[in-house]
Every structure is written in C-alpha cells, then in structure tokens.
Design a protein around this ligand. Structure first.
Ligand code: CA
Length: 444
C-alpha cells in the first residue's frame, strides 16, 4: 500500500546490515559516482533549462499485459556476483525509473509476488546523459533450480558430492547455500542464467550456464543417458521357403525340431471332409517326405517376387466344437525349451486378410497348469487383432503383451490364434530391442 506512489530510488541500494557486501561495494560506488559527476560537468549549462543532468532507465513492468504495480526492480552489473546494484519499485501503472546509472552493462531483473513472477533483460548504459527506454516488459513464471550439485557439473569427485558453499548468479541478486552437496533456489528469472558454484573449502569456483524457460524446474543439467540404438532382428521373411525361422539353423537344434513353424488345430483334424470335426485349410498340404512339414504348403508367392505365409482356414461346426481353435506358431528355439525374451522391446510383423485373431506368447514348459484347458493354458500374454484387407504392420511392445517382468523370462512359442474362419497373410516377423541374440543364450 505504501508503494502506491511512483517511487524513484536513486543510486545504489546499500544493505547496511551486511558488512561484507558493503565492503565489496566501495569500489563500484566510487566509480559510479565519479562518472556521474563527470557527466554532470560535461552537460552543465548545455542541458535544457539547466535541469539536473543524468540518465534514466525506464520500463513498464506488466503481468499478462496489465500493470505490475509494486514490482521490484533491480539493476546489477552483468558480471557481478554480489547481487548489489540499483533498486526501484514500479508504480501503480507498472512504470519504473532508475536514474543516474553509471556506464556499464547490467542485467535488469523485475519480480513480483515473492518472486513467483520474474523477468530479466540486459541493459547497456553507454553514457551518463542518455536515457535507456526498455518499454513494456511482461513478467513470467519464475524458474527453480536445485538438487544435487553433482547433477549440474561434470566433475563428480567425492569432495564435491557433499560439498558446502554457495550458488550465485552473475548479474542477479540470487544466492543460496549448498549444504552436503544440495541446494535450491526459487524465483529466478527465465532465460540464460550464469550460475557460479563457490565451494567453501577451495578457491576453485565452477561456472555453469543454464538456459531456462518460464516456469522451468531444473534439477539436473546432465543429459539423459542416450538410449542405445535399437537393433532389429528379422526372425523370418519366408524367402527361403522352409519351415524353420531364419535363426533356427544357427541357434537351435533345428534338425530335431528347433525354431519350427507349424499350424496346430484343436481338434487336430485337418482337411478330412468326411469328419465333422475337421478344419479345412487352403492350400491343402501336399505329401511331404520324411523330415518335411505341411507348413511349407502355406508359404506362397507374395506377388512381388517374394514369399509370405498365406492361407484360409474354415472351422468345423462350432455348435459341436465350441472350443475349436487353431494356431500358426513358431518356436523361439529348441522344441519345448523356454527362452528369456527380456531383450525384446517390440515384436513386429505384417499381417492382413480377414477375420480376427489373437497374437499370443506361450510358455509350454509351465507345469502347474490345468491340462483340461489345452494349449490355451500356456498362454502368458496375448493381444487381439482384427485383420484388415490392406497389408498392415503390427508392432506390439512385449511389456504390453506380457506385463509381468518375470513372466517375460520364460517363453517357448509365439503365434496367431484363431477361433473362427479367417484368411491370413503373414510376413516379416521381427524382434526389435537390444542384445537380441542373448535370447538364444538363455535357454533353460
Ligand atoms: Ca517375405
């Protein structure tokens, strides 16, 4: 209330209760004074109507374009660490003026509401007679900086981790104690901040540049550890036309069934038209010699010079076989052996056609399951898909399909499960993650 009137506070604001600061002020005060006097001499008699010679820094401080009455304004030499300088308070219209400012480069800081709102701007005073008009300046949400000193500097020696000392800002009247390596400062003006860390024990200060935006809360300057680049491992593109996935020959006992693709049905009757429980899968598997697989029948030309899995499946009378299901699946490694899928972030593949399906991950080594549930009991995670006519690339995060981290560590198989008629095109199964080949080192 007492600041309703326009106030001009001239010269420096001496904090008499702080002897250390007072001492540090003697030199700049003297220089400022002599320059002012000098300027005075130069314009004496030359000024209009003999008014008092001297410069004035003027601005209108606003909050969202409304006057910021009583905003506190401080002008500190831009390299100064002691926070001392010229002060003033805005009038009811937000106008503020500081007169007789010594030549120099300054930072003007304005703040309001216990520094919840603040601004800073550079002010160059080139001589002692010209006014500097800063125009309208909007206050913004202030910035918090704080946390552990070691999060702000590269040097992380033990002595710094638990250091005591001060944090100060060049050109601003802000400082805070560092206690056991921790500090916090509220109410800083957004923008470029030159923070200086001054340890109590040593003479070595540490300079830290901080770029801030309004309202920022800065608790570290350490860049986030960059995520290692993800690798993509092609599990199968079916171009070789065989029923093992691409890695099977290298990482499984593929001769004994490792890494195999298969279509399993329940009931396990396929393409026997005379049996009511029979599925009809097209194309029909032709006779395969010993060691072959009917799966090769559904690896077809993709029309673009490559190969894909493509088939239609018709279910038996679902009124008679309510639990009928079919799965197109691939074993990750050796048959009946589980693997740790933790290296996988994402499982990707292309699928399209008609009908609905569940993408499932299975652990067939689970022992304590109800055998009457059939294969479904071994499902450790699944997500449903509606097949589209257009080719679509699916990407499933493993963590979404199998949320439990421990459960992800044991899987034998993955595949697409059907419960009703469908047509499936499928190609390019990929694992995306890091150190993916570790999957096959984890067999148990
Ligand atoms: Ca292909």
């Amino acid at each position: 209330m007492i600041f309703k009137k326009k106030l001009y506070i001239k010269g420096m604001d001496l904090k008499q209760n702080n002897n250390r600061r007072l001492i540090s002020l003697i030199a700049p005060f003297a220089i400022g004074f002599s320059l002012c006097a000098c300027g005075s001499d130069n314009v004496a008699g030359g000024g209009p109507s003999g008014t008092e010679a001297g410069n004035a820094i003027t601005a209108q401080i606003l909050i969202a374009n409304a006057p910021a009455a009583n905003a506190r304004v401080k002008l500190v030499e831009h390299n100064s660490l002691d926070g001392q300088g010229y002060t003033a308070t805005a009038d009811s219209n937000g106008f503020v003026s500081i007169e007789h400012v010594a030549v120099g480069n300054y930072t003007m800081e304005a703040s309001l509401d216990e520094s919840a709102l603040a601004l800073q701007l550079p002010v160059d005073v080139k001589d002692t007679v010209s006014d500097v008009t800063l125009g309208q300046q909007n206050l913004q949400k202030s910035v918090f900086i704080g946390g552990s000193i070691t999060d702000f500097i590269d040097d992380t020696t033990e002595s710094l981790k638990n250091m005591n000392g001060y944090v100060k800002f060049r050109g601003l009247d802000h400082s805070a104690a560092i206690t056991n390596g921790k500090f916090e400062i509220f109410g800083l003006p957004a923008g470029h901040l030159n923070m200086v860390i001054i340890p109590a024990e040593t003479a070595d200060t540490v300079k830290v540049s901080v770029e801030t935006d309004a309202g920022d809360s800065v608790t570290t300057l350490k860049p986030n550890t960059p995520e290692p680049e993800k690798e993509t491992l092609l599990i199968d593109d079916f171009e070789d036309g065989d029923f093992y996935h691409r890695l099977a020959p290298e990482y499984t006992n593929f001769m004994f069934g490792g890494g195999q693709w298969a279509i399993n049905t329940d009931p396990a009757i396929v393409n026997i038209d005379t049996l009511p429980g029979s599925f009809k899968i097209t194309p029909v598997a032709t006779y395969t010699p010993f060691g072959g697989s009917p799966f090769t029948a559904v690896i077809q030309d993709d029309g673009n010079g490559g190969k894909e899995v493509h088939f239609t499946i018709e279910f038996p009378d679902t009124s008679a076989y309510k639990q009928a299901s079919a799965i197109v699946k691939v074993d990750i490694g050796n048959s009946g052996v589980s693997y740790d899928l933790t290296p996988i972030d994402t499982i990707a593949f292309e699928a399209w056609g008609q009908g609905s399906s569940d993408f499932v991950i299975i652990d067939a080594t689970l022992k304590d399951v109800d055998a009457s549930l059939g294969g479904a009991a071994f499902t450790i995670g699944k997500t449903s898909m509606e097949l589209t006519q257009e080719k679509k690339k699916y990407k499933f995060a493993l963590a979404d399909i199998v949320p439990n981290e421990e459960t992800r560590k044991s899987a034998t198989t993955m595949g697409l499960v059907f419960h009703s008629d469908a047509e499936l095109h499928f190609d390019n199964l990929e694992f995306i993650g890091n150190d993916l080949l570790n999957i096959w080192k984890s067999n148990k």
